[in-house]
Design a protein around this ligand. Sequence first.
Ligand SMILES: Nc1nc2c(c(=O)[nH]1)N[C@H]1C(S)=C(S)[C@@H](COP(=O)(O)O)O[C@H]1N2
Ligand SMILES: [Mo]
Length: 497
Amino acid sequence: MPAHYPPFVIITHLLNILFLLMLARSGLEVLSAHPKLYWSDDCPPGRQWARFSRTEFGADSRRPWTSQDEEESWNPVIALPGRKNLGLGRHWHFLTLQFWIATGVVYVVLMFVSGYWVYLVPTSWSVVPQAIRDVGTYLHFTLPEPLPGEPFNAAQKLAYFSVVFLLAPLQIATGAAMSPAVIGRFPWYAKIFGGKQGARSLHFIGLVSFTGFIVVHTAMVIIHGLPVELAKILLGGEDADHSLAVIVGTLALIAIIVLQVVFTVVSLRNPRLTERVTGAVSGPLQRVLSRALPSRQRYRREDISPYHRVNGYPPTSTEYREMARDGFADYRLAVGGLVERPTALSLPELRALGTQTQIVNHNCIQGWNAVAEWSGVPLARLLDRVRPLPGARYVVFYALDDKGLTDGRGGRYGFYYQATALHLARQPQSLLALDMNGGPLPAEHGAPVRVRLENQLGFTMVKWVAAIELVESTEGIGMGHGGFREDQQYYANHVGI
Ligand SMILES: Nc1nc2c(c(=O)[nH]1)N[C@H]1C(S)=C(S)[C@@H](COP(=O)(O)O)O[C@H]1N2
Ligand SMILES: [Mo]
């Protein structure tokens, strides 16, 4: 039996407290953007198994609503940073998960290298009945004996083993099954968990399990004797100075709480700075996934969702309404900027470039998804036609909806637009869609033309496209961050997760 915990256990244990707290709080921020959980993809309104919101939105509601209306503002005490900051919550979540996974890898490697693993990994089934007997012993207000020659009793060993080797990997696996890039490239992967919504539900149940574990674990530490347990986990052994351990423990707890407060307050007071700093850490992973995992989705007709949510209200201008009334006969898609051959195409001319059809999953950043069939012109065809100049790095899609008029709540304004890296626009399933589910694109889904980028999140897929411009940099366009939602909601520009 080890006389003390090795330093790597002490350090990773402390880091885990910090990271799990950040993951839980930023995860709740993400959940607040669509506070409903489903067991089936499509997210049929009203068919959720859990709802953390008072408002209900019916599929056949007479009052028009969009998925952004379903967002809830949660208190910054429970959510990082709270108050409808999905963009920042995601940056925090994806930043922390990288550190948390790195900590976990270091922990597991050192555990096997040092031989410490024998105290955590059961090597005989006899720990299970013994663990059950231990729980009975606890219920008689008696402390069970540790396993012979080991630091933990059987119940502890089994609990720690389950958290490290089952629960943590389950959280990582279900997290990955929500990434549009991962499930766009490997649709079978999400199916392991019953689809993206199954993964999302399991991810939430994982959070509840972690919370349950932490509550019981903390209670047990207190029951076993706080000073002696703190001496073991902070100073390495029960012979260490108990009062010093209590002081160190209190200081560590205060430090962790202060960090949470600082992260939260800075995020709310200076969201742009927070986005720059956290985005610098979470961005590269998003870019790698976006580039390395192009979509290869081929769902079947039967998979098409009976109900496809809408996000973003259609343009309100008379020009748009008149154009729609005339079947978009006067519509011209202008394509210019850093191209050899600028052009303006009518819908028939666009269609004449050649179309492609795909049945794919739409992943909104808020958390819902839906499957639909989209037909249209591959963006690569259009790009080949206009021939981007060597300096061109982004394709910017400008939309017809002025958000100040269509959903001007929260002080947002300006026309919707999105800049997309040229290489994403060239991926095989990147389209300018003209049809949806076998008919012309409905107004609410972006008529006459909308973008499809199947390994990205929904907000990058501009609806009601008016013009396309190739540029070298996004500076000087909108507020310069690469898109309407990047400018005003601090979303990332490449969104593979
Ligand atoms: N012009 C424009 N395009 C837009 C939006 C918008 O508000 N305006 N919303 C985006 C978001 S957040 C999503 S999830 C998808 C929703 O597509 P859908 O309404 O067809 O489901 O459109 C994207 N494209
Ligand atoms: Mo979205």
